[in-house]
Design a protein around this ligand. Structure first.
Ligand code: CA
Length: 227
């Protein structure tokens, strides 16, 4: 999941980035309304956390313009006080939800999960593939009932693959959704993480869930024993 955070207070922005990264999100930061509009127009985000009070353009304006440009990433607006006018204006500008500062991170995470489930097609709360069960809310993964520990990046990568199922996901798509804008490595990192995942979810169980599609990317493969 790749998220854009538009927040002008550097301290708040870096705290948010770290907290979201610890949850497995890839995070880009925008410090003003112009940057937020540029990032939001240029890249496809799974969600945008948008502060209302931004320099150059406020959050309402950014949201309205993104919608005008056909950008439909779910937007969670951060409002300063519990002002009804802010909420109404926020929803009118095309935001999907709002959160009043100060807020608890747990609530932010819960709302982001709800928003990212909503688009583009409704997704089940728990993702399943054969005997694999992945729960984004509790960050837990089981295979045939056995708990498997994953790092946040591994979790995020597997979540993406499970959402896509048997559709091929390219390395570029994986990089865009699991790593952030600042990441300047090569796509080799994807292969490395695929190997980590296979070592955790497939090899110990004598399975072959993650299939390499040569020159294209990866997709999930059903175990014949599961059908
Ligand atoms: Ca602000």
């Amino acid at each position: 999941m790749r998220v854009l955070v538009a927040e002008d207070q550097p301290k708040m922005a870096s705290v948010l980035k770290r907290a979201l990264e610890a949850e497995g999100y890839a995070v880009d930061l925008a410090a003003d309304g112009e940057d937020a509009l540029w990032f939001g127009s240029e890249w496809e985000y799974d969600a945008i956390v948008l502060d209302v009070g931004l320099p150059l353009r406020d959050g309402f304006d950014v949201c309205r313009r993104l919608r005008q440009r056909g950008r439909w990433a779910p937007v969670l607006m951060l409002t300063v006080k519990d002002a009804t006018s802010d909420r109404v204006q926020g929803l009118d500008s095309g935001a999907d939800d709002y959160l009043t500062k100060p807020f608890e991170f747990d609530e932010l995470f819960a709302r982001l999960r709800a928003l990212t489930r909503r688009t583009p097609t409704p997704r089940p709360t728990v993702l399943e593939w054969d005997d694999l069960e992945l729960d984004p809310a509790t960050k837990s993964l089981t295979r045939d009932g056995t708990a498997i520990e994953l790092s946040p990046k591994e979790f995020s990568l597997l979540e993406l693959l499970m959402e896509r199922g048997d559709m091929v996901t390219s390395r570029t798509e994986i990089l865009e959704h699991v790593w952030d804008f600042a990441y300047d490595g090569t796509s080799n990192v994807v292969d490395v993480y695929i190997r980590y995942l296979r070592n955790k979810i497939d090899r110990p169980f004598d399975r072959d869930t993650i299939e390499t599609v040569r020159g294209e990317g990866y997709r999930l493969h059903h175990d014949p024993r599961e059908s």
